[in-house]
Design a protein around this ligand. Structure first.
Ligand code: AMX
Length: 438
């Protein structure tokens, strides 16, 4: 309620006006060219999408509404209420991404209460999720669960009832907050069903992340802090990444936010994107198993040997490289800092740190990779593992809970700004040849 009534409603007309002026007065201004390389190569760096909530600089990394991760950590409300003491709350970053304003603790607490109030899962979703086979990938289960929640869509109902397009964002916001609110319980049901007893226990006296941890079965304030950090840094990474882009694309057809974000989750489930976090842990486990069996230690030499085996087998080193970034991902760095603060002597953290000390040079020597440095997925699993959260097949689900906040904050603005159906032009290989043979 507060997000909508007090803050967003006032911003919409101004932003609509500004975008309209850009279009009307400067619509034909050229902002880039497209090469054949880019056309064949996954549209790298082609500027063809407006994104409100965040921007990614190749050298500096992500800025959420203009703020870097350390800046967010310095100014956004924390669970303790003392800004700068601990990690920002997920609700803080949701408020920031949605409204572009740094919220007060009071505003954040009102958002926590709002999300808890919207979190009730329909019975048919519970029955469905509980009926899924335990060996179905947790991401597939999450997508099925979220799709089934679409029965609750107020946007779809309003559209069917003939709502005017000027009101689409108002209905979309109701769905967006509902999706963010229900995802933790669906995710927790999957975790408890697949690996434990199927029992999910809520504690809504806590914030979004703390309650999520209790539902997963963790009761450790230090793990709650890790979850806050994890959920904050995975929210948004500008618009071109596959999960955000898929959400934006599906939503542009006026599919409601439940269906649009399910599309985003399907993209997140790929190993070159969100699934890389489970792949990193698998890579480290395979490495440890191999060298332990050979009676060798895990150190810089054996990691180098294993990395070359991976590369020579024509496989990727998970957790390294990026389509946009050209430096170490600041999302990696802040997780490293969390580890140095909370678990400096953790065995697996030291393995990850040793990988970091050798991998960039290996990838530079390999000579193919545009960015030889680690990305967010290289570190996240190790932190979870430290707290006994060792079920790495599940890790991408946590990413999926978090990414909803960024992708859907943008979806609100997609509808508020009246962005149209996305429909780029494809060309045939013959047409490309005809261009160069002229
Ligand atoms: N290990 C080995 N080879 C890699 C590599 C890696 N980590 N990263 C890139 N390469 C290879 C590419 O496969 C490509 O090879 P090709 O010419 O034979 O096709 C070549 O290097 C050039 O690729 P690029 O321009 O550096 O990267 P990209 O923009 O095409 O792809 C990404 C980016 C992330 C898919 C790629 O770096 C990768 O596969 N990394 C490993 C998987 C991973 O960590 N994904 C998570 C990314 C972050 C996220 O979305 N969560």
């Amino acid at each position: 309620q507060l997000v909508r009534k007090e803050t967003l409603a006032a911003q919409v007309p101004e932003k609509q006006k500004s975008l309209l002026a850009l279009k009307k007065e400067h619509g034909d201004h050229v902002i880039g060219n497209v090469t054949i390389d880019q056309c064949i190569g996954g549209a790298r760096s082609v500027k063809c999408m407006v994104w409100e909530t965040s921007n990614l600089d190749p050298e500096e990394g992500i800025r959420f509404r203009g703020l870097t991760i350390p800046e967010c950590q310095a100014v956004l409300p924390t669970y303790s209420g003392v800004t700068g003491d601990g990690e920002p709350m997920l609700e803080s970053i949701l408020w920031l991404l949605l409204t572009s304003e740094v919220p007060t603790k009071e505003q954040v607490d009102s958002l926590t209460a709002d999300l808890h109030a919207r979190a009730e899962l329909p019975e048919h979703v519970k029955t469905l999720v509980n009926s899924l086979p335990k060996d179905m990938h947790p991401m597939t289960q999450l997508i099925i669960g979220l799709n089934a929640c679409q029965t609750e869509s107020q946007f779809a109902k309003a559209y069917a009832d003939g709502a005017p397009k000027t009101d689409y964002h108002i209905h979309a916001l109701e769905d967006i907050l509902k999706v963010v609110a229900v995802l933790p319980e669906i995710a927790a049901m999957i975790y408890r069903n697949v690996y434990f007893d199927g029992i999910v226990t809520k504690d809504t006296s806590l914030d979004y992340s703390g309650n999520f941890c209790r539902m997963l079965g963790y009761d450790d304030p230090s793990f709650d802090e890790l979850m806050r950090l994890y959920l904050c840094i995975h929210t948004d990474h500008e618009g071109g990444n596959a999960s955000a882009h898929a959400t934006h694309l599906v939503g542009s057809t006026l599919s409601d936010p439940f269906l649009a974000y399910s599309g985003g989750l399907n993209a997140l489930a790929g190993p070159l994107h969100g699934l890389a976090n489970q792949e990193v842990l698998k890579w480290i486990q395979d490495l440890k198993n191999k060298f332990e069996a050979e009676g060798k230690p895990v150190n810089a030499d054996t990691i180098t040997e294993f990395a070359w085996e991976t590369l020579n087998a024509k496989k990727v080193i998970p957790g390294y490289g990026h389509a946009v970034l050209r430096k170490t991902d600041p999302r990696y760095t802040c997780q490293r800092e969390f580890a140095l603060k909370h678990m400096p002597d953790d065995e697996l953290f030291n393995v990850v740190d040793t990988i970091y000390s050798v991998m960039p040079d290996i990838l530079k020597e390999h000579g193919k990779v545009a960015n030889p440095y680690p990305n967010v997925d290289s570190h996240s699993g190790v932190l979870l593992w430290h707290y006994g959260f060792t079920q790495f097949q599940y890790y991408t689900v946590l990413f999926g809970v978090s990414r909803s906040v960024g992708a859907l904050s943008q979806l609100y603005w997609d509808r508020a700004l009246g962005l149209p159906l996305e429909r780029p032009k494809s060309v045939t290989p013959e047409w490309l040849w005809s261009q160069v043979k002229k």
